[in-house]
Write a protein that binds this ligand. Sequence first.
Ligand code: UFG
Length: 329
Amino acid sequence: MRVLVTGGAGYIGRQMVRQLIENKMDVVVVDSLENGHRAAVPANVPLYVGNVGDEKFMDEVFARERVDAVIHFAAYLAVKESMEQPLKYFRNNVENTLRLVSAMLRANVTRFVYSSSAAVYGNPTRVPIPDDHPKQPINPYGESKHLVEKMLQWLSIATPLRAISLRYFNACGASLDGAHGEDHPDEPHIIPLALRAALRGTPFYIFGNDYRTHDGTCIRDYIHIVDLCDAHLRALDALTRGHNTDAYNVGTGHGYSNREIAEAARRITGINFEVRYGPRRPGDPDELVADSSRLQKELGWAPRYSDLDTIIGSAWRWHRAHPNGYADK
Ligand code: UFG
């Protein structure tokens, strides 16, 4: 099996490349390197630098590489930015995915694993959130993910394309040997920011403490990238066995509050960085916790590394060894 990973130089894509190789698959990476890191791609993996929305470029990639399936990570991911620049998100996340799928179909590549998000649900009315919960995104980022999911459903009626969308909850952690970790421009995520506070001796701000939760801070479901990539391997396997187009939540079913995350980061790093409370960050739902029972039952997936000690411990090893990330931007 030869798998094309878009966004394979990025945070989750890079871990996916590693797990595909560990599972004896051949890998090809396409990444624009706008946010990805060249140094994150192993030297023996072919890297095509370009945009998945460039159909001529993608036709060339598919002509040169005999690819059996595509795992599509390449996308913009900043919720706040999507509110300010919705066109940028619809262009990149929707239009460019449509172009990628068009090139796949021209090349007779019909297996597609798609990075969706818990953001498709908006403010949930039921927690833990089941896969069939109504989808009411509250920002263009979530809407872009939802639009692609719907597009994939329609395409699988009219074409041979078969797609599994995985709705990630909060992806986190680093590779278990600490060799690869999170390095986003304008990092928005809680765990790397708490660890940065530990490293730099600066205060860490929790955004809001008046949410409707047990300690007033938001609750999220943290899923280690190794577990997340394992879900992709199972999705790929299911498609190979003839599984139909579908969508699954990927989370642990257990939520931690922002305060609990900050406390765990202090305990695991052994550094008592200062924790302050700031105003709410617009667009944050009170609580997002996954019901992933369908993924567990139907694809045999189970999280193995998503306890806070492994998540924060692996992230800490990465951040401590790479205080400036890949230092290439
Ligand atoms: N937070 C802080 N302080 C910080 C950074 C974050 O308190 O310095 C809080 C946020 O306000 C939020 C929680 O930590 O309450 C988690 O925030 P993240 O930015 O780490 O993650 P999100 O839950 O906002 O975002 C994740 C994914 C998005 C996806 C979203 C679905 O990263 O891609 O879940 O809602 F869209």
